[in-house]
Write a protein that binds this ligand. Structure first.
Ligand SMILES: *[C@@H]1O[C@H](CO)[C@@H](O)[C@H](O)[C@H]1NC(C)=O
Length: 158
């Protein structure tokens, strides 16, 4: 009984403290943890430098991704029916970081265009106004953003 009320108190406290955005973003993961989650879905990384080091801008790093971002990429892979996805940008330095919801903070990933993914995003999500830099963007019911930067998708998972 004591245990149960302590548990109930803990649950209530964490629900009250966590904003919806925080709870969806989940927990920060390591490079190895993200690789292990992506591997079964054939989600791979590509970078001009052919490397994964977060402090080098030409690498594509998974180090510091939120689990919510990882789940978002996996959902796109599953929903789109693509045989795989290629991540071309992660938490490495060199991306814009004006917002809390940035690459470096683990909320954003860049994905290579592939027809199944393009069709899925444009078919499932709502076309909203262009981003301030003019690139078209789509939004999911939960608020996640999918911006077509021309050479790739820039996705933000809140
Ligand atoms: C894995 O994904 C790549 C594209 O990212 C694709 O070319 C390849 O065929 C996929 N492999 C399998 C086994 O589906």
């Amino acid at each position: 009984m004591k245990f149960l009320s302590a548990l109930a108190l803990t649950l209530c406290t964490s629900v009250a403290l966590a904003t919806p955005l925080e709870s969806r973003s989940g927990t920060i993961l390591t490079q190895a943890e993200v690789e292990a989650r992506f591997r079964p879905y054939n989600i791979t990384a590509s970078s001009t430098g052919g490397c994964i080091t977060r402090s080098i801008s030409t690498c594509t790093s998974y180090d510091g991704f939120y689990s919510g971002t990882v789940n978002g990429v996996i959902s796109l892979r599953q929903g789109s029916g693509a045989s795989g996805l290629v991540v071309t940008g992660g938490t490495e330095v060199g991306h814009a970081s004006s917002s809390v919801y940035s690459h470096s903070n683990g909320y954003k990933a860049d994905l290579r265009h592939v027809a199944a993914l393009d069709n899925y995003i444009k078919g499932q999500f709502t076309r909203i106004g262009d981003r301030s830099d003019g690139y078209p963007q789509w939004q999911s019911p939960s608020g996640n953003l999918f911006c077509d930067e021309g050479s790739h998708w820039d996705i933000t998972i809140y």
